[in-house]
Design a protein around this ligand. Sequence first.
Ligand SMILES: NC(=O)c1ccc[n+]([C@@H]2O[C@H](COP(=O)([O-])OP(=O)(O)OC[C@H]3O[C@@H](n4cnc5c(N)ncnc54)[C@H](O)[C@@H]3O)[C@@H](O)[C@H]2O)c1
Length: 382
Amino acid sequence: MKKTLTYGQVGGSLHAFIGDVHRTGIAYDGRAFLAAGCFSRDEEKNRECAEFYGLSPDRVYGDYRAMAEAEGKREDGIDFVVVTTPNNAHYEISRAFLENGIHVMCEKPLCFTVEEAEDLARIAREKGLLFGVNYSYSGNVMVKEARELVKSGAIGEVVNVNAEYLQEYLVDDIGATNSALLKLSSWRKDPEIAGASNCVGDIGSHIEHTVAYITGLGLKRVAALTDTFGQPLDLNANILVEFENGAHGVYSCSQVCVGHMNGLTVRIFGTEGAIEWVQENPNILYYTPKGEPTRIYNRGMGYILPGAAKFSRLPSGHPEGLFTAFANIYKAWITAVLKTANGEELTEEDRDFPTVEDGVRGVKFIHACVESGKIDAKWVEV
Ligand SMILES: NC(=O)c1ccc[n+]([C@@H]2O[C@H](COP(=O)([O-])OP(=O)(O)OC[C@H]3O[C@@H](n4cnc5c(N)ncnc54)[C@H](O)[C@@H]3O)[C@@H](O)[C@H]2O)c1
């Protein structure tokens, strides 16, 4: 019986943003250990990261294909790979590891085209491999609490959704330069590396997944007004959405909203109540039963529903955040990989991580918004 796992990582050198958040999240529970990597195409950055983590030199690879093949053949090869490169490499890298029999956790957006996304889902299915897509906000305890509340019927039937993800970090691109702005990697603005969209792909995709995770509702169609401000890709999008139950909603995502750092806010309105979750204050969930004052739920308290409470790591009042959200995605993922390795059946609970099907839906959402944006916000099926 396996009790621990090893994993490898592609992308995510010490100079990168999200790679380290994955390593930290995985390390929380001490059940999976970094054993191999191709952290950068730059030899020096790759070596530097491998040395920092004390990897054996024979498991540091200059190329992800060589890594997938070698690790797939080794008796002690990695159990799963974490793909944290920019978007353009997700498809080829994920496919290479699947083809070598290795489970994959890939960053979002899953890949460039719907065909590629469906191809990855098909290969994973045919090979019996697990495939996660890191929509990290669904790892937050209070997002899980929101989902539990919706499932319990606390807000009745969903009738309206109002959600936004507002950032300001690209406002320089439409105005005067402000050196105080903290910049993410500029590849996000390059269609060759980011894909069909910048803003909708990078952050609108998180709205789509977080709402779907909480409500369990898929989208039927979208009508999107997108703004490029003369750039190759969108920096701003206002999107009308229609859910499969007929309800409507508004998603607003932007990288040019002065005063907003990482403002993901999700409001779900039902026939019997409403909930609101704000990413920058993630330990709180607002719940308003119809006709009653708004209740402020705190993570870590005894009234949090069991399906969410089991992911809480600190006593109430001690803030948890991005790292623990990643740790919670990996809590479910590592259990699923361990059980699969040990030939055990997975329960629905074990599958509480975003999957390749979520990734496929996300790519469809991005393309529907881009297409709608080109035809003056006419409705496009997702
Ligand atoms: N889930 C989230 O909350 C979240 C947050 C940020 C970024 N992301 C996603 O994570 C991915 C990476 O984003 P980032 O901000 O960390 O980018 P980044 O530019 O900071 O880092 C990318 C890393 O990948 C490496 N790399 C690029 N191509 C490679 C290749 N072929 N082989 C090996 N290494 C390679 C680069 O050297 C760098 O270390 C993107 O897909 C992005 O959308 C997700």
